[in-house]
Design a protein around this ligand. Structure first.
Ligand SMILES: Cc1cc2nc3c(=O)[nH]c(=O)nc-3n(C[C@H](O)[C@H](O)[C@H](O)COP(=O)(O)OP(=O)(O)OC[C@H]3O[C@@H](n4cnc5c(N)ncnc54)[C@H](O)[C@@H]3O)c2cc1C
Length: 461
């Protein structure tokens, strides 16, 4: 059945008409894509580059892409485990990247305070449940490496009264805290005794669509004459010259000094590089698309906000994530919304993904339903009425990392993209980083840098 009923879009309070482009504009920077990445990039560019005029172009409406169809869980870890990043890039680069993403918590607060945003945002300690020794070892290594690097981002709690403790490698035993099994289950809000460990991290919940829409409203008011927004303005071609770029949209051509792609990875744009080797041919193939499915139900608001992940095992390769938060979208306010995601379907050709015309297969709902009944101890005992069922497009880069920075083959083009399942804080950090590049700053090498061999997603591959 065709369904895409996102609670975040339902909650959006758009108070402005669709933005139309003025006839005459001469922007210094064009940002393509009006999701959280594009709007955060616009925010930091306008703030930190006070001489620059910024144009934001969105093919549809602001915040209606992945930003309006996610789980809204704020976390500062990566799609790739920290230990894997250390093994691949070395401790120094991995730790710097972790620090960078951690810094986005402060950037988020900066935005909230400065723009006086009202979108609900809670922070708390959230958990990830572990059943497998293999998964536990990775997290103990994360802990070890993070302490080696002087950062402190995960605490691993292990059930002291299960056999898993006997299997822990000696060299990693010191990196966990032993607690009674019932404490693990309590923190994971489950009665499923196969969970034997829990990773505690700083987490939060936010409606990222509402955040993005509020922020764009702030930019429109704060920067008249320096900020232009065009919605229903798909860019079909970018021609890169030595010192500028030409953008083609509908029947219009716009010349800009720099262009930043914040398109999540699925841009449907031809890129012509007049200053060197072809960028285009590799571009579209490097981001793998997958549709992620989610469902949510309402319950009485008796429990505090939370975000819990239930990590995959060799028998069950799906990674589920649950959030609970106050939800004010209904007539009689006073509900919690519990939303659950996990099942995904890889999409070979994402050009055919149209958010409002895409199926929500029954097996995805059944999968979520089975999981929630089996795992969440506060789930209703009977049939659950899912008030919301929605899906969104994930873009996985080969490295599992966001790509942020100038294209090595022509720095007129920049990127802040690659959804990778965890994108809220990385998008915000990416926006800040791009604004520094636009100031002409030379930044230390990063694992987010686009690769020098004209494969856009080849950082770390
Ligand atoms: C099901 C699901 C669950 C997720 N859960 C979480 C989570 O809990 N926590 C988390 O941190 N992250 C999560 N994510 C990832 C997160 O939502 C994304 O990383 C983030 O929203 C990406 O923002 P974005 O601005 O890069 O992309 P988008 O929001 O997709 O915005 C890109 C925009 O670019 C526009 N565009 C594309 N091509 C063009 C063009 N040619 N011209 C003009 N505009 C164009 C699109 O219309 C779109 O609006 C999830 C994602 C999904 C799909």
């Amino acid at each position: 059945m065709i369904i895409n009923n996102s609670p975040w879009i339902k909650q959006l309070k758009r108070t402005r008409p669709p933005a139309e482009l003025p006839k005459e504009i001469k922007p210094d920077v064009a940002i393509i894509g009006g999701g959280i990445a594009g709007v955060s990039t616009a925010y930091f560019t306008l703030k930190n580059n006070t001489d620059k005029k910024v144009l934001l172009l969105e093919a549809g409406y602001v915040a209606h892409g992945a930003t309006g169809h996610n789980a809204g869980q704020i976390v500062s870890y990566f799609e790739q485990q920290f230990a894997r990043l250390v093994e691949k890039f070395g401790l120094k680069l991995a730790a710097r990247a972790q620090d960078d993403i951690d810094s986005a918590w402060l950037l988020l607060e900066e935005i909230y305070n400065e723009a006086r945003l009202k979108t609900h945002f809670s922070q708390f300690t959230g958990y990830a449940g572990i059943k497998d020794l293999e998964e536990l070892i990775i997290h103990l290594k994360n802990r070890k490496y993070s302490l080696d690097a002087g950062i402190n981002f995960e605490h691993v709690l292990v059930s002291g009264d299960t056999v898993i403790t006997e299997k822990l490698p000696n060299e990693l035993k010191d990196f966990c805290v032993l607690v009674p099994h019932k404490e693990i289950l309590a923190r994971l809000e489950t009665e499923d005794k196969s969970y034997v460990a829990a990773v505690a991290t700083r987490k939060g919940v936010m409606n990222s669509a509402s955040f993005t829409e509020e922020l764009v409203g702030y930019l429109i008011t704060k920067y008249p004459g320096r900020f232009y927004l065009g919605e229903k303005a798909p860019v079909s071609q970018i021609t890169l010259n030595k010192n500028n770029a030409e953008l083609i949209l509908d029947n219009r051509k716009i010349i800009v000094g720099k262009v930043v792609l914040c398109t999540n990875g699925f841009e449907k744009i031809d890129i012509v590089n007049n200053q060197g080797p072809d960028i285009n041919s590799k571009f579209h193939k490097s981001v793998v698309g997958a549709v992620g499915y989610m469902a949510g139900f309402l319950e009485k608001p008796s429990k505090p906000p939370t975000a819990i992940s239930y990590l995959k095992t060799s028998e069950d390769p799906v990674y589920y994530y649950l959030t609970r938060r106050p939800y004010e979208g209904e007539k009689d306010n006073g509900h919690n919304l519990v939303s659950i995601g996990g099942p995904e379907a890889v999409m070979e050709d994402t050009r055919f993904y149209q958010p409002q015309n895409h199926d929500f297969p029954k097996e995805m709902e059944d999968d979520i339903d089975q999981f929630i009944h089996k795992t969440y101890k506060y789930a209703p005992k009977n049939n659950i009425e899912y008030k919301f069922k929605w899906h969104g497009l994930m873009g996985y880069t080969p490295s599992g990392l966001r790509i942020i920075g100038p294209e090595p083959l022509n720095p007129v083009l920049m990127y802040n993209l690659g959804c990778n399942g965890v994108g809220i804080l990385p998008s915000i950090y990416g926006g800040k980083r791009i604004s520094l590049f636009l100031q002409g700053k030379k930044l230390p090498k990063s694992i987010f840098d686009p690769a020098p061999n004209h494969k856009i997603a080849a950082n770390g591959v």
